[in-house]
Design a protein around this ligand. Structure first.
Ligand code: NAD
Length: 513
């Protein structure tokens, strides 16, 4: 644990042996059971967290409600200043937090740092945005009237997040929600609770230095039952949930029953189309990084390669040969390309998927398997695998959160590949590799990719914070991060002002007394 400076990182981030999993106001409430967090990197216990009960939840919500009353009155640019200071603290802790992300979640150190960089980027974005939360002005049809719209703070934003981006997803939501004047209650994944504590420690310091209530940022560690409480709670006008489609369907239904708003960021089944005009070298780099990066545990991981028959053998050989060079091992060691899966359940799902693809008629091109022996003691390291398959297979239709890449062949025009790409229930990320303008434009047109993200000559994985992030169909339809994603964190109000002594009605309706 010390070889890679983890102990020092934990100290710097204020992580203790046993941590209080609930934090808000000047008090910490947590009286539930202990949750132990083990690293998939080496199987060691990182730290323990005391989880929250339903009673603790009530205390947190009361404190968030109270904090909202003050926070919404603070001018948005001043809230931006708080977010700016938060970004500065993240810069200071980038190395420590990046290491913790890598150690608790298992992604490579570079990707851990990258995740913290995304947090910094969204803070910068939000600071500028804090002076741009503007609505429109309209011309009234009535004389002596003025009409305009404004955006007001919404209230408490509930954030439910997944294990694979244990810190960035929280900040994508909070940085925007805070400049909008909302307060946030976060339930991180029970698989990465220590990352949650570290983030809370950082923001708590900023709030304290500014004499603001910590209720602006609340953390509740616990399992899905806390997520259920947030979904049912009418005090939470917006629930932003990131995770599996299974979870999203439950949250969507519960929140809709009370007519609340939900922002859903769910599973993907992302494909790269490789046309006869593709640059093979770029295709190989994009596809391999997309399929094995974060050990295939990104919502945007490349799961399917749809290759034109004329290119099929060439691309297949190049990719299979690239897989031969992959080094699998401790993700904190920068010589390795592929780290572990999150836990042994994920390993079992990976094994089951490989069995299933063979049963359905697929052909394994690069063998998978679980690694054992020195360096692999956690039992979570697996070999990235490739299988030739058909899009109709049930397993291909399903998102397996592991490094398994399916090769699919198409013939004829690019439309046929687009049909295959769109022929799944999910709609997150998609890409085309081509130097043919017609193919690229067709792919981006209304008759092209049906995903929230469509790229040309870039892989499916990895997005910049400046664009709105999210996907269609079973991916949930939500958009986070850049562009105008901030609007969901506010409520819109239309205002009409009459500055005359008459009271004309709209549509010319007459009503005289
Ligand atoms: P998961 O659905 O198992 O858990 C996600 C979160 O939901 C956890 O905090 C969990 O406690 C909570 N949860 C589970 N059941 C719930 C319920 N009934 N009510 C309320 N909350 C509940 O997902 P995971 O295994 O942590 O993450 C992997 C999944 O997340 C993949 O499907 C991946 O594609 C998806 N993901 C999507 C995006 C995106 O932006 N679209 C980003 C990251 C991850």
């Amino acid at each position: 644990i010390d070889t890679f400076g983890i102990k020092q990182a934990l100290d710097q981030l204020g992580i203790k042996d046993i941590n209080d999993g609930t934090s808000t106001g000047t008090q910490n409430f947590a009286s539930g059971e202990i949750l132990e967090s083990y690293s998939p990197v080496d199987g060691q216990l990182i730290a323990k967290v005391r989880q929250s009960t339903k009673e603790d939840y009530e205390k947190v919500m009361a404190s968030a409600q109270e904090a909202f009353k003050t926070f919404r009155m603070m001018p948005a640019p001043q809230r931006g200043e708080i977010v700016r200071q938060f970004g500065e603290k993240l810069r200071k802790h980038k190395e420590a937090l990046g290491k913790l992300v890598s150690y608790e979640m298992g992604k490579s150190l570079q990707e851990g740092y990258g995740e913290v960089q995304e947090m910094i980027d969204i803070c910068d974005f939000a600071v500028g945005l804090s002076r741009q939360l503007h609505g429109l002005t309209m011309h009234s049809e009535r004389p002596g009237h003025r009409m305009y719209e404004q955006y007001h703070s919404l209230g408490i934003v509930g954030i439910i997040s997944a294990f694979n981006f244990p810190v960035a997803v929280w900040s994508w939501n909070t940085a925007l929600a805070w400049i909008c004047g909302d307060v946030c209650v976060w339930k991180p994944s029970e698989k990465t609770p220590i990352c949650g504590i570290a983030c809370q420690n950082i923001i708590a310091e900023v709030l304290k230095e500014n004499n603001l209530p910590e209720g602006i940022s609340c953390l509740i560690n616990g399992d899905y039952t806390i997520g259920e409480l947030l979904s049912k709670d009418t005090r939470v006008p917006l629930v932003s949930a990131t995770g599996s489609t299974r979870m999203g369907k439950i949250v969507a239904k519960t929140v809709a029953e009370r007519l609340g708003k939900s922002l859903l960021e769910l599973g993907g089944n992302n494909a790269i189309i490789v046309t006869p005009d593709a640059d093979v070298k770029m295709t190989v780099i994009g596809a391999v990084f997309g399929a094995v990066g974060t050990a295939g545990q990104r919502c945007t991981s490349t799961r399917r390669l749809i290759i034109h028959e004329s290119m099929y053998e060439k691309v297949k050989d190049a990719i299979v040969s690239a897989y031969g060079q992959l080094r699998i091992g401790n993700p904190l060691d920068q010589n390795n390309h592929v780290g572990p899966l999150i836990d042994k359940d994920a390993v079992r799902m990976y094994e089951a998927a490989l069995e299933k693809v063979v049963k359905e008629g697929g052909k394994i091109l690069v063998e998978g398997g679980v690694l054992s022996g020195e360096g692999y003691e956690s039992g979570c390291y697996v070999k990235p695998a490739i299988a030739e398959a058909d899009n109709s297979y049930e397993i291909v239709q399903h998102e397996t959160f592991a490094p398994i890449l399916y090769l699919l062949k198409y013939s004829g025009e690019v439309e046929n590949a687009i049909d295959v790409q769109n022929g799944v229930a999910q709609g997150l990320s998609s890409a085309i590799m081509t130097n043919n303008l017609r193919e690229a434009e067709r792919f981006l047109s209304v008759a092209g990719s049906d995903c929230g993200i469509a790229n040309v000559n870039i892989g499916t994985s990895g997005a910049e914070i400046g664009g709105a992030f999210g996907g269609e169909k079973e991916t949930g339809g939500g958009r986070e991060s850049g562009s105008d994603a901030w609007k969901i964190y506010m409520r819109r109000q239309t205002n009409t002002i009459n500055y005359t002594t008459k009271l004309p009605l709209a549509q010319g309706i007459k009503f005289d007394l």
